[in-house]
Design a binder for this molecule. Structure first.
Ligand code: ZN
Length: 232
């Protein structure tokens, strides 16, 4: 191969490799720019999350004495999908204090409060709705639920060993059997529903006749929220 052609080839390959390096550099810069945008969004979210979580109280399941049955953090719920990243219960401070009162009342009767659901982020309610697409089962996310405001709880009762009391239906049974006043049940189930309703009402909650487990706090005038908690 003539010498000048060899020099030319070397020069061309040098130019090509420079071009590649340049492309690499450019893509690195783009990635850098993207990641700085992402970290900006992330840190803004964190600020937002922190200021939002200041209004919320988190139930400590390990020490509080509540029984954790947060079924939306598992696949064992009516959507058959895991909706929540992990089992955490957030409530507005006043709501959590009222639930604490209900817990103390339950304990006087040797019972524990079982928690199925608390604050529900709007985007996760939308996820539920997209799976089921039935407004009889999940509130249309366009209409804000009291759960989105951190002002509603889904609860039941258990004995001191943690065994759930018989309420006639499971949680999230959307049939008429779940209506509080359904008379098709034996006295035991009706008595259990009444114990739960009485102690919740005495503690500041308003019952919902179509779901024996659902209780709104007496004041639901909180903004709806969409912060999603972090999991350890
Ligand atoms: Zn509910």
């Amino acid at each position: 191969m003539p010498k000048n052609i060899t020099i030319l080839l070397v020069a061309v390959s040098f130019l090509i490799s420079c071009k590649f390096d340049k492309q690499k550099e450019n893509s690195k810069n783009t990635q850098k720019a993207e990641s700085s945008v992402l970290s900006k969004i992330y840190s803004e979210n964190l600020v937002q999350k922190d200021s939002l979580t200041n209004d919320f109280v988190q139930i400590n399941f390990k020490e509080s004495g509540f029984v954790e049955k947060m079924v939306y953090a598992t696949q064992d719920n009516f959507t058959k999908e895991k909706i929540y990243p992990c089992a955490e219960c957030f409530l507005r401070k006043e709501v959590a204090e009222a639930l604490q009162k209900a817990k103390e009342k339950a304990e006087k009767q040797n019972l524990k409060i079982v928690i199925f659901d608390c604050y529900r982020p709007i985007s996760l309610q939308k996820k539920m709705f997209d799976i089921v697409k039935n407004p009889d089962y999940v509130a249309d996310p366009k209409k804000i639920s009291k759960h989105n405001r951190g002002a509603a709880v889904d609860v039941s009762l258990a004995n001191f060993e943690g065994k759930l009391l018989n309420m006639g239906t499971d949680f999230d049974d959307f049939s008429e059997a779940a209506h509080y006043a359904n008379t098709a049940f034996k006295s035991e189930e009706r008595k259990n529903r009444k114990i739960l309703r009485d102690l919740m009402v005495e503690s500041g909650f308003v019952p919902y006749d179509k779901e024996w487990w659902h209780f709104n706090f007496k004041n639901t005038d909180f903004p709806a929220s969409d912060f999603v908690w972090k999991c350890k």
